[in-house]
Design a protein around this ligand. Sequence first.
Ligand code: FES
Length: 110
Amino acid sequence: MEAVININVTDLLGNKHQIKAPTDMGLNLMEAIRANDLQIKATCGGMAMCATCHVVVINSHLLPAMSEDEEAMLDDAFLLNIPHSRLSCQLMLTPEMDGMEVKLGEGTGE
Ligand code: FES
C-alpha cells in the first residue's frame, strides 16, 4: 500500500490538478487540497459545520460511510441532493483512495 497517494481534483473553473498526499499523517482531503494551494473555503476548519469544503466524488472508491454530523451538514446545506456529495474535511486519507477523483463543489469558492 502506498503511503503517498494521487488525487485528481477539478477546481471550480474546470481545471484539473493532480495532487499527491501522504496517508500516514492523519490528513483529511480538505487539508490535502489546501496544502496544494487550491482554493477551498473550508470556513469551519474541518468541524463538519460549514459545508464549504463540499466535494463531489467522481469515481467510486471505498470511502468510509458518512457520520451523522456529515450527513446532517450536507442536508442543511441542501447538498445531499447532489449525488456523491461529501464533506472533504471528513474524509481521512487512506491508501485505498489512491487515484480518487473529486470535483470541488458548490460553496467552496469565494
Ligand atoms: S471545513 Fe467546514 S464542513 Fe468541512
